[in-house]
Design a protein around this ligand. Structure first.
Ligand code: ADP
Length: 400
């Protein structure tokens, strides 16, 4: 019999993901996504007990419309799940410097989330809308709303890794520093790896690669994040679907001063038109680059640049491990699915002891084994990330 379920909400910049999960059985009953918010024909997909329901929302719908639609739909059609909702877990992208652990949401927490919006202007306000609408639908659960921050796993970063080499006052006065992101995923990877590798968190040393539409890599020593590739915002680091990742900041001055491109347009170029999309001039979807790897030069180049950058980061992070590295982990849509990217990256890492097993690499999805390394290699694992489950479990810990 169903008991207490957790509604998990992830209000992204132009999407909404939701699920209803039993955090004890670790079972998801309802999940879905609304895509293309603020555009024409926003699409809602709701999956309940393996059956998919698809709807189109009115043009230019925002998070308010989308969430109202989704919750009313579930309330009306799947009241058996809706009525068992006992708590709501919200993914909050940026917690700033002060919100460094999951917290029951109250007036003070909301104030701090608003304050951190300066660093995540597209995400934190959407997260706040999610909270506001949860209060409306579940007024009796007001103090059973929990914020789980994507930045909090990185609150253990040492100063040497979170400070930029710019005048110190920009940190002191304006809090400009590395905050990182994808902390929920990297934290889940730590928990899962403990079980797979049969190790205590306090002695676990990993390099975790979350490769999706947004990608980041984290060096984890003794179970804690000690360096990560995303910075003040998710723009820094690896090559992503539409984000450039690392570049010489002088490129921005060049675009602005010499090419006369407006600052807002440069921001749009670097965040929405770069990465795989910019390089292929076709698609931000890694599947496109992979499919055309052999017959299209730009597609090949996009993967080569992606892997070159990633291999550099892995090698650099291995030097932070004090000689003890338990595993290299791949996760996220690309990390879990692209055998080509895994093979190409690992082929550059033989010097630091990583050798991929070609057969295991290709068959990993079917095998349900996590290991893809050769016997004489350090561990290389593919672990599907479960951010929603992680949020549900964090929520349960605070409210049950
Ligand atoms: P998000 O960052 O939005 O959570 P995901 O982790 O879902 O993204 O990853 C989305 C990315 O995963 C897309 O770029 C997509 O191309 C890639 N992807 C999904 N399936 C495959 C596959 N079979 N091969 C290569 N890439 C894949």
């Amino acid at each position: 019999m169903l008991k207490k379920l957790i509604l998990v909400l992830n209000c992204g910049s132009s999407s909404l993901k939701f699920s209803i999960i039993d955090p004890i059985l670790k079972k998801t009953f309802v999940f879905g996504c609304v895509e293309c918010l603020f555009l024409i024909n926003p699409i809602v997909n709701i999956n309940v007990n393996s059956k998919n329901y698809k709807k189109i929302l009115p043009n230019y719908s925002d998070h308010h419309n989308a969430l109202n639609f989704v919750l009313n739909f579930i309330k009306k059609n799947f009241h058996n799940y809706y009525s068992k909702i006992y708590g709501i877990g919200h993914r909050v992208v940026h917690g700033g410097e002060n919100l460094n652990k999951s917290s029951i949401i109250n007036h003070n927490i909301i104030k701090k989330i608003k304050k951190a919006s300066i660093f995540a202007p597209l995400h934190n306000p959407s997260n706040l809308i999610g909270i506001q609408i949860s209060y409306k639908f579940f007024p009796h659960l007001k103090f059973k709303n929990v914020a789980v921050f994507d930045t909090s796993f990185h609150s253990s970063l040492p100063k040497s890794s979170y400070l930029y080499a710019i005048p110190y006052k920009f940190y002191k006065k304006y809090k400009i520093r590395r905050y990182g992101a994808h902390g929920i995923s990297h934290n889940y990877i730590v928990k899962k790896s403990q079980k797979i590798l049969k190790k205590n968190k306090s002695s676990l040393n990993l390099i975790s690669c979350h490769l999706g539409n947004g990608s980041s890599i984290t060096a984890i020593r003794n179970g804690k994040s000690i360096d990560t590739s995303m910075g003040l915002t998710p723009l820094e680091g690896l090559v992503m679907g539409t984000r450039s990742g690392d570049l010489d900041p002088a490129i921005i001055f060049f675009m602005y001063k010499k090419l006369g491109i407006k600052l807002d347009d440069i921001e749009e170029i670097l965040t929405k038109k770069s990465g795989l999309l910019g390089l292929t001039e076709k698609s931000s979807d890694c599947r496109y680059s992979e499919k055309n790897y052999k017959n299209n030069k730009k597609a090949k180049l996009s993967i080569d640049i992606f892997c070159h950058r990633l291999a550099k980061y892995i090698s650099a992070y291995s030097s932070l491990m004090k000689g003890r590295l338990d595993a290299l982990i791949f996760t996220g849509g690309i990390g879990e699915n692209s055998s080509l990217i895994r093979k190409s990256v690992v082929s550059k890492l033989e010097l630091i002891g990583f050798f991929i097993d070609k057969k295991l690499n290709i068959s990993i999805k079917k095998n349900k084994n996590y290991f893809i390394n050769k016997k004489n290699s350090r561990n290389i694992l593919v672990i599907p990330t479960k951010e929603e489950l992680f949020i549900a479990i964090e929520t349960k810990k605070l409210i049950y």
